[in-house]
Design a binder for this molecule. Structure first.
Ligand code: PHE
Length: 344
């Protein structure tokens, strides 16, 4: 057989190999074995030297044509196999772009917390610091030193949770007044936000709720200062047009004492169910620090005066956001909570 036939036979052989090759590695092998530097076509071309110039030209051209053709075939087949592999891969990891994606919920502040933060910031902007005290409290701090002796009727005003060791759950944030004055000499200006506990449960009372206490002690502090600060505070929360009224009241730890009302935010003062027809809403208790309290913490009432106030955060939040049942604030119902997204 001549070289020409050899080449033709080789071409057929390689064509078949390419056709049946099922992966890219196999194709590479074919390229190396037949078309590479030590490949079969090369070894045929090496024998060209022994041929006549005419034959050399003819066989050389044929060999090159076959070589080009086979190279192109291998390239085509490689592309085809790559495409197939990709298609298979896509089929395996099928992604349905029309499926709805997971919705990542963003969190937000609970209305009680956003109200707490808003109130705190108003006082912080006026120079008050934030103080804290424990929720498990001594009767001494919660009652006695606040001028509420053991048989005082005011103890009944706040139905107390008692612990086995004689401690209590604080019924108000006022014990933080005592703790602050025991620790720091005047002048002091603090607010004390936190949880308080009372045996009470109905649509407007929860056994756990939040208060913010305020205390300012210095020389020459007057009731006028108290009124001014509370006015600024209430206007910042309820708007510049809020109506404010001070009503004489009684707390054992302040003298004189007052309760502050604001014009009803629901009816605007006409009288409705929320304000029980009065047009006013009770919003906080306050007064001038009683000299007996100063004596208990060893501050001279002749030298210093001060004011204190306490307010319920849930009550403010309920008025601000027109919530009619306090229990909604504590049940954790997402349908309720999600209505406050974006408030803060
Ligand atoms: N501690 C009182 C209460 O819980 C509120 C109050 C605080 C009143 C400070 C006067 C001064 O009702």
């Amino acid at each position: 057989m001549g070289l020409k036939e050899d080449l033709k036979a080789l071409e057929e052989e390689v064509k078949k190999l390419i056709e049946t090759a099922s992966d890219i590695e196999k194709l590479n092998e074919i390229r190396i074995n037949y078309l590479g530097k030590k490949g079969k076509i090369k070894s045929i071309l090496k024998m060209l030297g022994k041929l006549s110039p005419e034959e050399r030209k003819e066989i050389g051209q044929l060999a090159n044509r076959i070589k080009d053709y086979l190279e192109e075939s291998i390239r085509e087949k490689t592309e085809l196999l790559k495409k197939k592999a990709l298609e298979e891969e896509l089929k395996k990891n099928k992604i349905d772009l029309s499926l709805p994606s997971h919705w990542i919920e963003s969190g937000s502040s609970h209305p009680v917390i956003s109200t707490l933060i808003e109130i705190s910031q108003t006082f912080i902007s006026m120079g008050f610091s934030v103080a804290e005290g424990p929720e498990v409290e001594k009767e001494k701090y919660n009652f006695d030193m606040l001028n509420i002796p053991p048989d005082h009727p005011a103890r009944d005003m706040q139905d107390t949770f008692f612990l086995n060791n004689g401690d209590i759950l604080r019924t108000h944030t006022s014990p933080v007044q005592i703790r602050t004055m025991l620790r720091y000499k005047p002048p002091v200006a603090i607010i004390a936000p936190g949880r308080v506990y009372r045996k009470d449960a109905d649509p407007t009372h929860s056994p756990m709720f939040h208060q913010i206490e305020g205390l300012l002690v210095d020389r020459d502090v007057t009731f006028r200062d108290l009124k001014g600060i509370l006015k600024i505070f209430l206007e910042s929360i309820f708007g510049q047009d809020v109506k404010i009224r001070f009503r004489p009241s009684y707390f054992p730890f302040t003298e004189p004492s007052a309760e502050v009302d604001i014009g009803c935010t629901v009816c605007g003062g006409k009288g409705c169910r929320v304000c029980k027809g009065t047009g006013w809403l009770e919003i906080l208790g306050c007064g001038m620090v009683d000299p007996e309290v100063f004596k208990a913490v060893d501050i001279d009432p002749e030298e210093y005066t001060g004011f204190a106030f306490g307010l319920g955060i849930e009550r403010i939040a309920m008025l601000k956001y027109r919530i009619t049942d306090i229990r909604l604030l504590f049940t954790g119902d997402m349908r309720f909570n999600q209505q406050f997204k974006g408030i803060r």
